[in-house]
Design a binder for this molecule. Structure first.
Ligand code: NI
Length: 171
């Protein structure tokens, strides 16, 4: 397994909708293992394939960051199929390091996906789990959490990032 470099905000691959996965081959299984290692090393609770430069519809979530067995969800071709309520909480992203912002997300979300063995699964997530499901599925559609901010808060974070980029401290 290998820790892969994580691409940052500003890279086009984060903005392109990813390609659905149709074949579960060895290369895909290796990519999954490498992404799990990358997510744990970061450390992060979620990672989408385009964050490691691979434009395919694959993401993973582990709220325990590898601490508790059975909490790793590897999701192929995930779709949010139902949501309930709203929750406003702080959120960050491995592709926008050192920043967090308050983002409105569903309180509960239902995710449909295929697991790494090709079995279709559906699950409800609450709170942080729902947030991670929506955040990672957004990534696969080319959307970042900053796109969900409004007005001054959005302007402020984009301005800070472009300042870092100009001083050569971002890429
Ligand atoms: Ni992210």
């Amino acid at each position: 397994m290998a820790v892969l470099p994580i691409v940052k905000f500003g890279n086009d691959v984060l903005r392109r909708p990813t390609e659905p996965i149709s074949e579960l081959d060895d290369a895909l299984q290796k990519l999954i293992d490498d992404m799990v290692e990358t997510m744990y090393a970061a450390p992060g609770v979620g990672l989408a394939a385009n964050q490691v430069g691979v434009s395919r519809r694959l993401m993973m979530i582990d709220l325990s960051v590898g601490k508790r067995p059975g909490e790793l969800y590897v999701c192929l071709n995930p779709e949010i199929v139902e949501t309930e309520g709203e929750l406003t909480e702080e959120e960050g992203c491995l592709s926008i390091p050192d920043f967090t912002e308050v983002v409105v997300r569903p309180q509960r979300a239902r995710l449909r996906y295929m697991d790494r063995h090709g079995k279709v699964q559906e699950m409800w997530g609450d709170g942080l789990m729902a947030r991670a499901m929506c955040h990672e599925t957004d990534h696969l559609n080319g959307t970042l959490y900053v796109d969900r901010l409004r007005g001054l808060r959005r302007d402020r974070i984009l301005k800070k990032i472009s300042k870092l980029a100009k001083s050569g401290m971002w890429y």
